[in-house]
Design a protein around this ligand. Sequence first.
Ligand code: NAD
Length: 353
Amino acid sequence: MKILVTGGAGFIGSAVIRHIIKNTRDEVVNLDKLTYAGNLESLAEVSDSSRYAFEQVDICNRTEVDRVLREHQPDAIMHLAAESHVDRSIDGPADFIETNIVGTYTMLEAVRQYWQALEAERSQNFRFHHISTDEVYGDLDGPENLFTEQTPYAPSSPYSASKASSDHLVRAWHRTYGLPVLVTNCSNNYGPYHFPEKLIPLIILNALEGKSLPVYGKGEQVRDWLFVEDHARALYQVVSKGTPGETYNIGGHNELQNIQVVNKICDLLEELVPDKLPGLDHYQDLITHVADRPGHDLRYAIDASKIERELGWIPMETFESGLRKTVEWYLENRNWCKKVRDGRYERKGLAQN
Ligand code: NAD
């Protein structure tokens, strides 16, 4: 297969590309605009491969998307390009509407035209895989409830509303035009190469630098955490074995309150980096509770039994093993962090998924 990955320079997209190049014989074309969140250094391990190509293109630019499809002739699209940070969507929703909704529409129209012109066998095997989030389902009410593929959409933030819109467009292009789409909705990812505005990397780096560890409200928000390499494997299973028209929820069976996550990171740092900056006794002392995010959902949790049953995927990492790998990676890759860090977020200092 030749797979076109949009957003391949981002956190999850780069994990998907590293997975495909290292573990399959497929070819990959990475289509990415390289916003603040895109970083080609995340692909350094695989970018010399003859099976990898990069195109710096905005998914909203139809002419350029058409050119890439014409020149590279992919067999499948994995669509990950998006604005992905909830806090940024609250500060300025416009980019989220443009990239997540208009950009997905532009991809769908370009891909529909390309797919309709393919000869019969290639057209039958073609797939458009849209990568989405569990945040489209909104807040879970009871502690026993889980998001299934049938849970109605109730997004709360501009980010999750823009992702919900794009999911609806993708499903409509299947129903109306027969485009062979697959949709996946995944819980919070964590792991190496995560941009340090997100909760886990920000807490690790702030703790090492003796800065405050900001936690929204009491930190009681519950999220289900999945190691990014487990997500990348799941996505490859779906694009290569999933049934067109179907949705698959992906999760890690790791429900934790944000404050528990922050405490676990502090505990690991006590073990791995016991020598702290002068005057700091415990990393936990840096925890600072800040005013809660508007519209903040209290709990997300995923029922991932469909992908486990139908495609045989299960996560390989527990939260303990994945978090240890993640903290160790950030300790060994401080240069990567320095290069990608954005001044605005360092000043603002807020951290969440
Ligand atoms: P990210 O912000 O790390 O990366 C996004 C990538 O998309 C970047 O490389 C960026 O340059 C690129 N991009 C942004 N706008 C673009 C445009 N207009 N044209 C082309 N490229 C553009 O995001 P991520 O965390 O890797 O998330 C990837 C996808 O997975 C998103 O669709 C997100 O909604 C979804 N998702 C993320 C999580 C998570 O926990 N991070 C969980 C579930 C689903």
